[in-house]
Write a protein that binds this ligand. Structure first.
Ligand SMILES: [Zn+2]
Length: 152
């Protein structure tokens, strides 16, 4: 193999020289950026993750109303700056500001981190199994009185 720049017979490496991918020798690779070795052409195998219970439960979760305000208030209650909160959950200060203004809907993962750091609940259950269970037999005042009497 010959270097595509100087033509020298040498062990070549893939490099990006002025935006062009070339096979060059060690000396010439200095003119560009060395690229990692080409990975095999075969597509990476996609991990097939079966729907777990977690995923299913996740689908029923929705952010509570006024979540931005709740985050802001909880953060201030802890005497934390946006910067500090950002550092704790691995987000930029500007991102925290956007989340608090509800300009940006945080990912579920970020929400979980915020919940942990600020010790608040930001998810509420919507639809799904939980609500169905509750709606099977709503208790009426009559039921409550009956139950009350039984216990005496
Ligand atoms: Zn060369």
């Amino acid at each position: 193999m010959k270097c595509e720049i100087c033509g020298k017979e040498a062990k070549l490496r893939r490099a990006l020289v002025e935006g062009v991918e070339m096979m060059v020798c060690y000396e010439c690779s200095k003119y560009g950026i060395i690229l990692p070795d080409k990975k095999p052409v075969t597509k990476p195998k996609r991990k097939i993750v079966p729907y777990s219970r977690d995923v299913f439960e996740e689908m029923n979760k929705e952010l509570v109303p006024d979540w931005g305000k709740k985050i802001k208030m909880a953060r201030e209650a802890k005497g934390m700056t946006r910067e500090e909160l950002g550092a704790k959950i691995g987000e930029k200060t500007t991102t925290i500001a956007k989340i608090e203004n509800e300009e940006l809907r945080p990912t579920d993962e970020t929400v979980k981190k915020i919940e942990k750091v600020l010790e608040i609940k930001l998810f509420q259950e919507i639809g799904g199994v939980h609500l169905k269970k509750k709606s099977i037999k709503p208790l009426t005042i009559g039921d409550l009185i009956k139950n009350d009497r039984k216990s005496y």
